[in-house]
Design a protein around this ligand. Structure first.
Ligand code: MEV
Length: 329
């Protein structure tokens, strides 16, 4: 199929502020986009008959995508090829002659939504190149389908916050609830450097829940109640409440066995350096943690996090979508 125009699309990373894991089991969670990291995909027309390929120079791979070759156990195909197969099916078009080039600053398997962002940017770029751009309502379920391939039983929060690029209060299988941020607040996002696939931690928490439904169910409910208090605090600008809520949420995630030595070290270092609260963010057992800070303290806390082993620290101001300020550093 001939393609007429080049196109470009991108998608941000995400941070879960409160409620990860419990959200898979029906509790609410709060997440915000992280625009300091991005996936960008460019789509360039290719010579007639050359078909569809995805080039990922950062990881040194090029993949040819055909509609029928779908090796579900190949992570590279699931990340790069499967989103395009899902999009081609949705568009109901033949395979175009197109080269898609992927660039990403979102670390893989680190709790920042790399899989969902990659899928969103790939599908958006394909739609635009074929002159059939996807709106967010159509795109979100397609990215969710890809998330199911990655995670098995995702709640849907990652695709929702990444596709809509706005803060969400999310409950599985319920309509999206954007919410307002009354007063901006500063977060540090620190990477342990250890990748940790979400499907493993989600699967382990599920096994724990099956083995001890009362104890683990009570932890999920407790996390859900923290999320609701956090929503009230964010919507009313009562930021002082958020730090202790983060600490408690982290302790409950530790009880769910998804913390790690690295995450404990970074949370401890952040609090010692003056952070108001700290917790792991995302699937856990590695990936990223977040710390809430007085903006004036962000630099020394970032330094303390690096001293404690963080391989990267991003300082971000969580604010309403039209007024975003996020800086690496
Ligand atoms: C992953 O970013 C968040 C988890 O709650 C999984 C999910 O919601 O699908 C751990």
């Amino acid at each position: 199929m001939a393609v007429t125009k080049p196109a470009q699309a991108s998608a941000p990373g995400k941070i879960i502020l409160f409620g990860e894991h419990a959200v898979v089991h029906g509790q609410p969670a709060i997440a915000v986009p992280l625009n300091a990291v991005q996936v960008t995909v460019t789509a360039d027309p290719a010579s007639p008959g050359s078909g569809l390929s995805v080039h990922a120079p950062d990881v040194g791979h090029t993949l040819r995508v055909t509609p029928d070759h779908d090796p579900a156990d190949d992570p590279l195909h699931n990340a790069l090829g499967y989103p395009l197969q899902v999009a081609l099916r949705a568009l109901d078009v033949p395979v175009p002659d197109l080269v898609l080039t992927v660039r990403s600053t979102i670390p893989i398997a680190s709790g920042l939504g790399s899989g969902a962002a990659l899928a969103a940017a790939l599908i958006r770029a394909l739609g635009s190149a074929l002159d059939c751009p996807f709106d967010n309502e159509t795109l979100n379920p397609l990215v969710y389908e890809v998330e199911k391939r990655h995670h098995g039983t995702p709640s849907g929060i990652d695709n929702t916050v990444i596709v809509t690029n706005q803060p969400v209060y999310f409950v599985k299988d319920q309509p999206i609830q954007p919410f307002t941020i009354a007063r901006p607040f500063t977060l540090l996002v620190a990477d342990t450097g250890r990748s940790s696939p979400t499907h493993i931690t989600v699967g382990d928490v599920r096994k724990l829940f099956e083995a001890e439904p009362d104890r683990i169910g009570a932890i999920f409910t407790h996390i859900g109640s923290l999320v609701d208090i956090a929503r009230w605090a964010i919507e009313s600008g009562t930021i002082g409440v958020l730090g202790p809520l983060m600490d408690t949420n982290h302790a409950l995630l530790r009880d769910l066995t998804v913390s790690s030595d690295e995450l404990e070290r970074l949370c401890h270092a952040a609090r010692q350096a003056g952070a108001w609260g700290a917790k792991l963010s995302g699937g856990g057992r590695g990936g990223n943690m977040i710390a809430l800070a007085d903006p004036a303290q962000a630099k020394p806390i970032a330094e303390a996090l690096r001293q404690a082993g963080a391989v990267n620290v991003i300082t971000t101001v969580v604010t309403s979508p039209e007024d975003t300020d996020q800086t690496p550093g």
